[in-house]
Design a protein around this ligand. Structure first.
Ligand code: URA
Length: 216
């Protein structure tokens, strides 16, 4: 199936909700996704749905979502203007971290969403989303900065809002990084080169695997 063949995001989601091999669909209530292309061109990518999202089918509606709404408001944006999605579309049991095979099973679905939306910027929230675009990037070192991506879409790294629920000091960091996101959108912050895989000494096999996972 080619992305161009989907008439809308809803069509795309309906297709991938059937055509995916993620084992989490057995334990989850439903897949979680948004249906509208964002007017701002900004796409936020979280990790995986939690209990509230599993119940409603809508991403980021729990405590982390409320904080995301506040952070958006701090730069005069509302949820309706941005797109929020997740690396994994189904809730992992007890909110555990998604497994590599679960992330892989939803990879094409997320790629398709991104291809259809063609974002102005992708904002990975936390390490699971960041590693997909910047495989050797660390959130603690790269948050609040914009990086090149081979798709041509800039990647603006951000902590996951949930971290501030456990470590309130990080709320100020998030507020500061949202300000920097606004500055980036206003052309006041430059894009940096993506950290290279060579520097970390990855094997050829690992580099090929990473290239596949990160391709849009
Ligand atoms: N955390 C996520 O990563 N995604 C959600 O949808 C909700 C909480």
């Amino acid at each position: 199936m080619k992305v161009k063949e989907f008439k809308s995001l809803s069509d795309l989601h309906q297709y991938y909700a059937i055509n995916n091999t993620c084992k989490l669909k057995k334990s989850a209530t439903q897949p979680v996704y948004e249906k509208f292309v964002p007017s701002s061109g900004i796409v936020f990518i979280g990790e995986a749905p939690g209990a509230n999202e599993d119940k409603t089918g809508i991403p980021f509606v729990g405590k982390a979502g409320k904080l995301l709404d506040q952070l958006l408001k701090s730069i005069s944006l509302s949820r309706d203007e941005v797109y929020v999605t997740n690396v994994v579309k189904y809730r992992p049991p007890q909110n555990r971290d998604p497994l590599p095979k679960e992330k892989d099973a939803c990879r094409v679905w997320l790629n398709a969403e991104l291809l259809l939306i063609n974002p102005k910027v992708i904002v990975p929230l936390g390490k699971h989303a960041l590693e997909r675009f910047i495989p050797d990037g660390r959130i603690s070192a790269s948050h609040g900065r914009a990086f090149e991506h081979k798709s041509g879409i800039p990647i603006f790294a951000m902590y996951h809002p949930a971290v501030a629920l456990y470590n309130p000091d990080l709320k100020d960091t998030l507020l500061e990084d949202f300000k920097r996101l606004k500055m980036f959108l206003d052309g006041e912050i430059e894009i940096q080169e993506t950290p290279t895989l060579e520097r970390k000494g990855f094997s050829k096999e690992k580099k090929e695997a990473i290239a596949d996972i990160t391709s849009l």
